[in-house]
Design a protein around this ligand. Structure first.
Ligand SMILES: Cc1ncc(COP(=O)(O)O)c(C=O)c1O
Length: 366
């Protein structure tokens, strides 16, 4: 039996059998004169903004980009301490979620399992794919810990994917490593466990990625949108067993990484970029501590949940009042009251110290 079998056996058979689109850039190598991809030999310079014209590396925008640029894949693999074969670069981690749904869930038959309250895109991607959503709530009495035995029990044969978010959005806490591994171990050959680590840098704890080798049904999602401050770049990373990466490569759009994005992502994971990101994370973590402590003293705040992310979830006496007061001060927070079990809960993302002060000041007077 190959190590990939517990994962490949769960993939939609029609996807396994699919002959993927073979793009010109994938098929070609070498050569001097490229007449294979129906590109224009040049971009009229009047069509390019001055910033692009001044940037030599962007003067080939007339060409399709490399589908998975090897230098970016190698740099991301080094940063995440993985092998390049474990890496798929996507348009944000949202695209990774969507690809997984399409690879594993047959419309009208497959299902996913989520642990509410959690990130909303798992259910939305499931709805788009017409996959059922099985919910096993986190345990608020245990600081939103995952209910391991309930998850394993609820993972019926239709459930192909279990989404666990750690640190979890919107509650902010890490899931226990042992719990995630217990679930992945119990579901080996039955379902794939997707650990969404979008906020992991703010937790300062190691990724679960190290266990992908031992547990081929474990998938880790990362992103440059949060700690790296590059939400506008749309660069996400799916880390998984090479056989699963190969399948996702079959169904991803032919050219997902626009040329200007490649430059931005490479700069972010250069040594200088990493040092700057580290400093920015440190600052946001100290703001998180400061803001959490301040919020806890206000009459309108009932409880501040501990956070390992770049946001803080807090329970208030009246969410509508808090939202109105902050809005009047020009500050936009997120009312999470419609999330499972989060009536009168508000989420505040950590901004600059001045931005946070404006929010804190407004909440203090509710
Ligand atoms: C838990 C979680 N996962 C994934 C995403 C999507 O991130 P990306 O910008 O990489 O698509 C978000 C965005 O807020 C998120 O909160």
């Amino acid at each position: 039996m190959s190590t990939a079998d517990p994962v490949l056996s769960l993939i939609r058979p029609e996807i396994l059998a699919l002959t993927p689109y073979s793009s010109a850039r994938k098929e070609s190598s070498g050569g001097r004169i490229w007449l294979d991809a129906n590109e224009n030999p040049r971009t009229p310079s009047a069509s390019l903004p001055p910033a692009v014209l001044a940037n030599q590396a962007l003067l080939n925008l007339n060409r399709y980009p490399d589908p998975q640029p090897a230098d970016l894949v190698a740099a991301l693999a080094a940063y995440y301490e993985a092998n390049p074969a474990n890496v798929l670069v996507t348009r944000g981690s949202d695209e990774g979620i969507d690809l997984l749904l399409r690879a594993f869930c047959r419309a009208g038959q497959g299902a996913i399992l989520i642990t509410p309250p959690t990130y909303g895109m798992y259910s939305v991607s499931a709805a788009i794919q017409n996959a059922r959503v099985v919910s096993v709530p986190l345990l608020p009495g245990k600081n939103f810990a995952v209910d391991v035995s309930a998850v394993v029990k609820a993972a019926t044969p239709e459930v192909k994917l279990v989404f666990l978010c750690s640190p979890n959005n919107p509650t902010g806490g890490l899931l226990e490593r042992a719990s995630v591994l217990q679930i992945a171990q119990a579901l080996l050959g039955r379902a794939v466990v997707v650990v969404d680590e979008a906020y992991l840098e703010f937790a300062g704890t190691p990724s679960l990625l190290k266990d992908v080798g031992a547990l081929p049904n474990l998938v880790v999602l990362r992103t440059l949108s949060k700690a790296f401050g590059l939400a506008g770049v749309r660069c996400g990373v799916t880390l998984a067993h090479p056989a699963l990466i190969g399948v996702l490569q079959k169904i991803i759009a032919p050219y997902p990484i626009p040329t200007p994005i490649l430059q931005a992502a490479l700069a972010a994971i250069s040594p200088a970029g990493l040092a700057a990101t580290h400093a920015s994370v440190k600052l946001l973590v100290s703001e998180r501590k400061r803001v959490s402590a301040a919020l806890a003293t206000f009459p309108a705040v009932r409880r501040v949940w501990p956070s390992d992310a770049n946001f803080v979830l807090f329970e208030v006496t009246d969410a509508a009042k808090v939202m109105a007061a902050t809005r009047a001060a020009g500050v936009v927070l997120r009312d999470r009251s419609r999330d499972y079990g989060l009536v009168n809960h508000v989420r505040m993302t950590m901004g600059t110290a001045e931005e946070n002060n404006a929010a804190v000041e407004a909440i203090a007077h509710v």
